[in-house]
Write a protein that binds this ligand. Structure first.
Ligand code: ADP
Length: 482
């Protein structure tokens, strides 16, 4: 059943749970239908093949006997009675009839063919030529026979056979087949019931485990090794379980980190505000110094809050890219200047290798955020020499721009390399951090660059520092375009 929602999207109407069919019952039903169909087809094939074969065999026998009797009679006439005994039996009878319709031999016809029958028969035979074959009903109305007549010296050889024998044999075989069919059907009902039970038991277990998971127990384990597909599903669900658990842990950790990181500047702001009121109020120089601390701490708070907001905005895809052509060189210099305070007060050094007036096409504000985050990380994690190397170079063919920022820090372990781009991921180590972080910075970088479809990455060695890089397209400046 299909319905249309306000957006014009076709959706399937949900059926009430009680109306849905159970997998177990459906599978069993299909198995049973298949078994009935197979057995019915088998009986049909048997009946047409076996019954036909028996009939043909009887007819061939009559034909053969007729020919053989005719051959013997050519040399041996009047007839030796033993010939009839030799061929007769199993419902087959042999007669010799003269042209007037009298049975010449044997003298006393078998009960199967009484006088009336022979007369009826001869009426028939009058209309048939040599070698013709007819089917007739005996006087008692019980037996059917197929006949063959062969002409010899004005005499006829008549061979009869009883169709009822063929019918009886086929009937007996059919009965056996029917009994076997019923037994097989009963067995297949039972086996299919057991199989469907076994398969659905696995599904039921998984569904019970999923209910536990939904209740918030992330330590549950989906176990199902009976069937490959279900084992794969179990693996996937176990993986989902681990990921949800990890994400929960990370979120808890980040909440702890953020609240911790928020507390420090707040305490500082409060402390310096009290100091201004109580101590430095009239001392302009001291007051300016204290106000500067308050300003810096407020900036740090704003940075933190912005990070958290950016991530949630980017992740919910509310953010749209607004690309335009801008001077990337100027943008990079602008950000480096923002970190000037680190150079002046903390002895940090920025080594630059930057080409002049490189233009790219991207969302300027977002790229600013990306480069800001990468430079902040480099300053955070660089080594004792407090040096950060920044490079912005155009490729030889002039079509690409490579931005890279290198530090001399401890580097990133191989197993962490792919993880650092994830939300809330922080390598568990204490760093000297002049720029406060939330574990969100690289995730913001990743989402923004992916939205732009720009190549980016990191090369890092333990104790060999890290280099984060981005590959921008190089475009002519707006002036060049005009
Ligand atoms: P954070 O705010 O913790 O710096 P990020 O998302 O920016 O969060 O980085 C995630 C993690 O990646 C960091 O906690 C740090 O362990 C690691 N990392 C990022 N940049 C570097 C770097 N330049 N050198 C070493 N480790 C880094």
């Amino acid at each position: 059943m299909k319905s249309e929602n306000v957006n014009g999207v076709k959706t399937k109407k949900k059926q009430p749970r009680t109306k849905l069919k159970s997998v177990n019952f459906t599978m069993w039903g299909y198995f049973c239908i298949l078994a009935v169909f197979l057995i019915f087809a088998l009986e049909l094939v048997f009946y047409s093949v076996v019954a036909g074969t028996f009939g043909n065999q009887a007819r061939q026998r009559v034909e053969r006997i007729g020919k053989e009797v005719c051959l013997e009679l050519q040399s041996d006439f009047p007839v030796n009675v033993s010939i009839f005994h030799r061929y007769a039996g199993d419902g087959v009878y042999v007669y010799i009839i003269d042209r007037f319709g009298n049975v010449v031999s044997p003298q006393a016809p078998a009960a199967e063919v009484n006088e009336n029958v022979v007369n009826d028969l001869l009426n028939y035979l009058g209309g048939y030529g040599s070698g013709s074959e007819i089917t007739f009903r005996s006087g008692e109305g019980i037996n059917y026979g197929a006949k063959l007549k062969q002409r010899y010296n004005g005499y006829y050889v008549l061979v009869t056979y009883s169709l009822s024998i063929v019918k009886d044999t086929v009937g007996t075989l059919q009965l056996y087949l029917f009994i076997v069919g019923v037994v097989i059907l009963a067995l297949s009902f039972l086996i299919s019931f057991l199989i469907s039970q076994k398969i659905t038991r696995g599904l039921k277990n998984m569904s019970d485990t999923a209910v536990e998971l939904a209740k918030g127990d992330y330590n549950v384990k989906f176990v199902n090794a009976d069937y490959r597909e279900m084992a794969q599903l179990s693996d996937t669900l176990n993986h989902v379980c681990e990921e949800v658990k990890k994400s929960e842990d990370f979120q808890r950790e980040i909440l702890a980190n953020v609240t911790h990181d928020l507390k420090t500047p707040l305490t500082m702001i409060k402390a310096y505000a009290s100091m201004i009121r109580e101590i430095s109020g009239d001392n302009k120089e001291k007051r300016e110094k204290h106000l500067k601390v308050i300003e810096d701490e407020a900036d740090r708070l704003t940075g933190l809050v912005n990070d958290v907001l950016s991530v949630s905005k980017l992740q919910s895809n509310l953010d749209v890219i607004n690309p335009k052509v801008f001077n990337l060189t100027e943008l990079v210099y602008g950000i480096i200047n923002k970190f000037g305070y680190l150079q002046e007060t903390n002895g940090y050094g920025f080594m630059l290798d930057i080409d002049k007036d490189l233009y790219t096409r991207a969302d300027e504000e977002k790229i600013k955020q990306v480069i800001y985050n990468l430079l902040g990380n480099a300053a955070n994690y660089t080594g004792e020499d407090k040096t950060v190397y920044i490079s912005l170079k155009q490729s030889m063919d002039g079509r690409r721009i490579k931005f890279s920022v290198r530090d001399t820090g401890k580097g990133i372990a191989e197993e962490d390399l792919s993880e650092i781009w994830n939300r809330y991921y922080r390598v568990k180590e204490n760093h000297n951090r002049p720029v406060k972080g939330t574990g969100l910075g690289l995730n913001i970088v990743k989402v923004i660059l992916k939205n732009h479809s720009f190549d980016f990455g990191v090369d890092s060695k333990i104790n060999g520092g890290s280099t984060f890089w981005i590959d921008f397209p190089s475009v002519p400046s707006e002036i060049d375009i005009l």
